[in-house]
Design a protein around this ligand. Structure first.
Ligand code: HEC
Ligand code: HEC
Ligand code: HEC
Ligand code: HEC
Ligand code: HEC
Length: 409
């Protein structure tokens, strides 16, 4: 049975088992809009889950389902500090509606609400958020002002937008409980991501994330975001939209090659690193950072050489092996991203960048050389400031790449 007939079967059985759905469908038939809800933006993901079970489970496991303040611990801690409680109405940031919500809780932003424990607002970026995006205005308006999240799109108040190119209309052929307009130009291209993943600048104009700009710098003829982040599995678009939170995806980003040259007294080690992605590594959140740990061992496993003497390391011992976005205040003192006034140093890999590192190791005793690219979700200052709220991979590094080589006697 193919995917389509499988879905149709589920849809039909739901009509029989759940009369409530039948009523909903009848309503929709009458008006050709998502009439049970005053606006499609209020439709909870659970409604779609009735038929799109797998997609719902994947979305539920994604960061998008946790993007609203009050869900993910990192976003919640920083939003609470900068803006206030996600249960309060009328919050302002620098006198304006908090821009955060245009990307983090877009269904609430559409209605300028800050009390997120109502309707589907706490679901963050949910099914209807992406599936009502009708047209992309670009990441900036005509005056060059950055457009954040939903402001970058024209949003449909009546129709879901579909990728396949078919018009699914409850009235015309009872194919779908909600009317769906064909819109492959939006759903099958990176436009559906760029509005929220473009630059967000803090009050001092420092860009905190800018995956969209990093990607567009490489021109338009590139693999779409979906081709990597929404692979087709079992004939369906995977909605988990995985990245650094998933080791299987994280480990695809960087390739390491080792070329040791054996001298009389030393080993001259050349390390080639290559970013295979069309955006930076790390990209996105300014809290992400990575560093290359280089170690050499004797045959009995004894550690005989390392580029850092301790772990977690003092980065000043081997600064060339740190890949991070380092932000500072006016006086050049390191600060948390949201308070930063300047970029002190940006040593992250550019899109597709190749970089070479060189080390001189002692020849004596060395049997195995190991390189590990360690990836931290959060910088140490964020952990120190909000530490008790975080656990697991938020505090412990993941291995983003590894390569080792044995040295001939
Ligand atoms: C971050 C944006 C985003 C969110 C959130 C999202 N979708 Fe999608 N969805 C897409 C994109 C993009 C495609 C098309 C991908 C392609 O074909 O390249 C898609 C495709 C689909 C399809 C077509 C079938 C398929 O497998 O391709 C269905 C059905 C669907 N989504 C349902 C849902 C449901 C149900 C939810 C909520 C549980 C949801 N989507 C949440 C972006 C999103
Ligand atoms: C009663 C069952 C049912 C519910 C509820 C439902 N869908 Fe669907 N959906 C289907 C079926 C069946 C198809 C496939 C139709 C086909 O392939 O002919 C489909 C297809 C789609 C597609 C693909 C459109 C295209 O371009 O081909 C999208 C997107 C989609 N649904 C989104 C949603 C969203 C979002 C919700 C919740 C607001 C939702 N659906 C709720 C049954 C349902
Ligand atoms: C309506 C705004 C919006 C749209 C549209 C959107 N995103 Fe996101 N996305 C977010 C927000 C906000 C987060 C941060 C979630 C968090 O950290 O709590 C996020 C998180 C992510 C992450 C995970 C980052 C992590 O920390 O692991 C990836 C990957 C991602 N998005 C990719 C995509 C792709 C690919 C698309 C297009 C198919 C897309 N997004 C569309 C707002 C959006
Ligand atoms: C060639 C495959 C590829 C393409 C195309 C791609 N990415 Fe990625 N992306 C990755 C990999 C692999 C990672 C994991 C490594 C990392 O987090 O830096 C990643 C990481 C991310 C993250 C960081 C997640 C985090 O946890 O901090 C975001 C956000 C993201 N991508 C968004 C996008 C968007 C938006 C697009 C399109 C404009 C896109 N990506 C295009 C492969 C890709
Ligand atoms: C233009 C859209 C947009 C705006 C505006 C925005 N964000 Fe984000 N935010 C994102 C995206 C997309 C990510 C995911 C980047 C990633 O993880 O790679 C993110 C990530 C984050 C993270 C990091 C999460 C982590 O896991 O490291 C925090 C914290 C955060 N946002 C808080 C805020 C706050 C607070 C505001 C308002 C002051 C705000 N954001 C405004 C889109 C936005």
């Amino acid at each position: 049975m193919n995917k389509r007939s499988e879905l149709m079967k589920i849809a039909n059985s739901i009509k029989i088992i759940l009369p409530i759905f039948f009523i909903t469908i009848a309503n929709v038939l009458a008006t050709e809009t998502i009439s049970e809800f005053p606006t499609p933006l209020h439709v909870p993901a659970q409604t779609c889950a009735a038929c799109h079970k797998n997609i719902y489970a994947q979305w539920k496991a994604s960061m998008h389902s946790r993007s609203a303040p009050g869900q993910d611990p990192v976003v919640s801690a920083i939003y609470q500090e900068m803006v206030g409680s996600p249960e309060q109405e009328g919050l302002r940031l620098s006198g304006e509606y908090p821009a955060c919500l245009k990307c983090h809780a877009p269904n609430a932003a559409k209605e300028q609400k800050t009390k997120l424990d109502q309707f589907n607002y706490a679901e963050g970026v949910n099914c209807v958020t992406c599936h009502v995006l009708e047209r992309f205005h670009g990441m900036q308006d005509k005056q060059g002002q950055q457009l954040y999240g939903l402001d970058a799109y024209q949003v449909s108040a009546t129709h879901l937008q579909g990728p396949s190119g078919r018009y699914l209309s409850p009235r015309e052929d009872a194919q779908h409980p909600f009317p769906i307009k064909p819109n492959p130009g939006m759903l099958r291209t990176s436009q559906v991501c760029l509005g929220c993943h473009g630059a967000y600048k803090n009050a001092d104009g420092v860009a905190l994330y800018q995956t969209g700009e990093e990607y567009l710098a490489g021109g338009e003829n590139q693999a779409t975001c979906q081709s990597c982040h929404m692979p087709k599995t079992n004939g369906e678009t995977n909605h988990e939209i995985m990245a650094a939170h998933n080791d299987a995806v994280l480990t695809r980003a960087i390739v390491i090659n080792l070329s040791p040259e054996l001298k009389q007294e030393s080993i001259q080690l050349k390390i080639d690193l290559r970013n295979t992605m069309p955006h930076r590594f790390p990209t996105g959140s300014p809290f992400r950072q990575a560093y290359l740990k280089v170690t050499a061992y004797a045959e009995d496993g004894e550690l005989v050489w390392s580029n850092y003497s301790n772990y977690p390391p003092d980065f000043s011992q081997s600064p060339e092996a740190v890949f991070a976005y380092q932000l500072a205040d006016k006086n050049g003192k390191p600060v948390m991203a949201y308070q930063a006034s300047q970029v002190q140093k940006d040593t992250r890999f550019q899109a597709f960048e190749k970089r070479q590192l060189h080390y001189s190791l002692p020849r004596d005793k060395v049997y195995l050389i190991r390189t590990e690219l360690l990836y931290h979700m959060l910088t140490q200052d964020v952990i120190t400031a909000h530490g008790e709220k975080f656990s697991g991979n938020l505090i412990n590094p993941a291995v983003a790449a590894i390569n080792e080589i044995k040295i001939a006697k």
